[in-house]
Design a protein around this ligand. Structure first.
Ligand code: OSB
Ligand code: MG
Length: 368
């Protein structure tokens, strides 16, 4: 079986509510989907995590589509459907992890559909369902935040993550603790909004029994994170800073973090994500699966990854309706704080043809 072509498809997915972080406000996701087609008609799907603007990281969706079209898709090994070979073929290109990840993942989906194996089984999953947290954006007021958290707790989310930034940190955390009690699993994510000068302010969060503080400092502040770790009791978790297994090894060795948020897209794919999982597990470093406001396509793969044994903390793998009124796949629905890991071949889910058609804004076919 060979790869005969690749479709790059853009879809517009309005969010059910604006999502505000320290780097911007999202009201709609402009998502790039990749469909790999093989010579026997098998398809593999994947979703690119890149956002509209290069704020979370340097990649952005138009740029990802451009590098895929010009460089990555033409470099695909076409005589076989093998994700490992894709990783090797793309390795000479620097950066562009989200673009690489979506292509490798689409090939992996096709490969596993051909062999009849699920993503979860292929990656080494240890469980059939995963515990889910939810990432709660910055709000206009504390009452608005408490209402949002109240709704998520009522839906069964087992862990709440509050987005923070300077001016929205200690007060919201205190308010949520007071309202929901000490047993609520609670953590915060700064998306790189602070500097080491803010160490004293961040140390105030130590009073609230947080699971972790995620990415307090800038993406390339690995050494500063190690210094900050010495000043805080709250464990530091890195997101943006970890772009590869090499970065993870450096961060662990340096003491820059004691927990890692693994986002497969950020590190170049599910195979690299698994390497980070294996490395972290060998060092006793807990990991959890992050999210990028994915549709059901990206969510299916994330949920499979989150089922690996080292994923010991609840992930940002929320149910479809936390993001979209209508998902492009059958929705992932929270049951008792968990999502089921898909069991079918490949991702184990397909885009719903009618919904997909309705949300599609452009398609581009690249014949190989
Ligand atoms: O930092 O984890 C982050 C969303 C977009 C970009 C970065 C982040 C996030 C989230 C939401 O926190 C996670 C999700 O529910 O998908
Ligand atoms: Mg984060």
């Amino acid at each position: 079986t060979t790869i005969s072509g690749v479709e790059l498809r853009r879809i517009a997915m309005p969010l059910v509510a604006p999502f505000r972080t320290s780097f911007g406000i999202e009201t709609s996701r402009d998502v790039l989907l990749v469909r790999v087609v093989t010579s026997d008609g098998t398809e593999g799907w994947a979703e690119c995590a890149a956002m509209s603007e290069p704020r979370y990281c340097p990649e952005y969706v138009d740029g990802a589509q451009d590098v895929l079209r010009r460089h990555l898709v033409p470099a695909l090994p076409r005589n076989r459907v093998d994700a490992t070979a894709v990783g090797r073929a793309l390795a000479p290109f620097t950066g562009h992890h989200m673009a690489k990840s979506v292509l490798e993942t689409a090939v992996l989906d096709a490969q596993l559909r051909l062999t009849g194996e699920s993503f979860a089984s292929h990656l080494g999953a240890a469980r059939e369902r995963v515990t889910c947290g939810v990432s709660v954006g910055i709000m206009n007021s504390i009452p608005e935040l408490l209402d949002a958290v109240d709704g998520y707790v009522a839906e069964g989310y087992v862990r709440i993550k509050l987005k923070i930034e300077p001016g929205w940190d200690v007060e919201p955390v205190r308010a949520v603790r007071e309202r929901f009690g000490d047993d609520l699993l609670l953590q915060v994510d700064a998306n790189a909004a602070y500097t080491l000068v803010d160490a004293q302010q961040l140390a105030k969060l130590d009073d609230f029994g947080l699971l972790l503080v995620e990415q307090p400092l800038a993406n390339d502040d690995m050494v500063q994170h190690a210094q900050l770790a010495k000043l805080l009791r709250t464990p530091i978790c890195l997101d943006e800073s970890i772009e590869s297994a090499a970065h993870a090894a450096a961060a662990i060795t340096l003491g820059a973090c004691s927990i890692i948020n693994i986002k497969p897209a950020r590190v170049g794919g599910y195979l690299e994500a698994r390497r980070i999982h294996d490395l972290a597990r060998a060092h006793g470093v807990p990991v959890w699966c992050g999210g990028m406001l994915e549709t059901g396509i990206g969510r299916a793969a994330n949920v499979a990854l989150a089922a690996l044994p080292g994923f010991t903390l609840p992930g940002d793998t929320s149910g479809s309706h936390r993001y979209f009124a209508t998902d492009i796949t059958d929705p992932f629905v929270l049951a008792d704080g968990h999502l089921d890991v898909p069991t079918g071949p490949g991702l184990g889910i397909e885009p719903l043809t009618d919904v997909l058609k309705e949300v599609t804004t452009s398609t581009e076919w690249i014949e190989l």
